[in-house]
Design a binder for this molecule. Structure first.
Ligand SMILES: [Fe+2]
Length: 228
């Protein structure tokens, strides 16, 4: 049978079906962009400069700016705002990365636990080859564990001839077939390995191994996928 289980609107890439991720991201940006940001970045520049045994004049000379500009950054006055390029230049001059000069993400754990209620999750449509291929439901995540990406994935395409490989991705992946059954292909697209996997099967995929899933038997298939 050649069909899409759930025909969707046109478009490439990802489409948010819920606002919750955007709202969460906005709160995070508010945290980082708050009034304390200049002070925090200034403190980190000063601490890093002291660590590498460089005085303000030396840093200013490396960046070809007046010493007063460096003093302004370190005081957190905001009088000499640093854009992304400027921050990258400061990081390079101090032999470090931007990540070392900006506040770490807020820890959202409560006594070591992060809960996500059903109304907090969000769905994203992943398109491949011009068709909607998967629907990803985003499960609980925390900046404390940045590599953890748990998802419930609905497999929309049930025609293996229309399978689209992903080219592989960073991180290890664990998959559990929650509902239905899937046809998995992986490796060399021209001569892929294949397997038919029923409900209850589980899979481990190494980083950067190209893979794809299509549903079997014309039924909806649902996977639990955890990238880490
Ligand atoms: Fe994957």
């Amino acid at each position: 049978m050649s069909s899409l289980i759930r025909p969707q609107r046109d478009g490439q890439g990802f489409r948010l079906e819920s606002r919750s991720v955007l709202e969460t991201d906005t709160r995070r940006v508010d945290h980082i962009m708050g009034a304390d940001l200049n002070t925090e970045v200034g403190n980190r520049i000063r601490q890093r400069r002291a660590l590498v045994k460089m005085d303000q004049a030396a840093l200013a000379s490396r960046l070809d700016v007046p010493v007063s500009v460096v003093q302004g950054w370190e005081s957190g006055s905001g009088a000499q705002p640093l854009d992304l390029t400027g921050l990258a230049d400061v990081a390079t001059a101090l032999s470090t990365s931007i990540a070392d000069l900006v506040p770490a993400p807020e820890d959202d754990l409560t006594d070591g636990v992060r809960l996500q209620l059903p109304d907090e999750d969000s769905s994203i449509v992943g398109s491949r080859g011009g068709v909607d291929y998967y629907v990803y439901r985003c499960l609980v995540r925390s900046p404390s564990v940045p590599m953890l990406i748990p998802l419930v994935v609905d497999v929309l395409v049930d025609d293996r001839e229309r399978a689209e490989f992903n080219g592989g991705h960073a991180g290890h992946e664990f998959i559990y077939v929650m509902e239905g059954s899937v046809h998995m292909q992986w490796g060399d697209e021209a001569a892929p390995k294949t397997a038919d996997l029923p409900t209850g099967a589980s899979i481990y995929i190494s980083p950067y191994v190209s893979h794809t899933f299509t549903a079997l038997d014309g039924r909806n298939a649902r996977l639990l996928a955890v990238n880490f």
